[in-house]
Design a protein around this ligand. Sequence first.
Ligand code: AMP
Ligand code: ZN
Length: 116
Amino acid sequence: MHDPECIFCKIVEGEIPSTKVFENEHVYAFEDLNPMMPVHTLIVPRNHYRNIADGIPDDEMAHLMQAVGEVARLKGVAESGFRVVINTNDDACQTVHHVHVHVLGGAQMNDGNPSL
Ligand code: AMP
Ligand code: ZN
């Protein structure tokens, strides 16, 4: 479950550098290269799935979602609040086709902020 062309697979494998926030057997979380908010962390499954609708097994989906709370706590936004975004395919401007969860926070947001 590794796509040799995929930059997030390369990040998971350590072939492309990243700033790690959290990891376990199932997921890897790292800082977004171009943060849209003071807190902007990405969480990916270690296995390659193109998007959230790409047949992710239940257990891997659970691990991906469980990591959201871990990351929010580690980044200090669990209480103040945060937003979770999963862009999927072209209309949502998904640019990296390895499913990833954006965890955004650290400042007041409204409906148009951030626009990812
Ligand atoms: P999306 O538009 O939802 O596909 O989001 C892709 C995200 O990946 C963007 O927010 C990019 O800034 C981020 N990104 C792309 N390349 C890297 C990288 N090498 N390290 C960290 N974040 C990246
Ligand atoms: Zn991948």
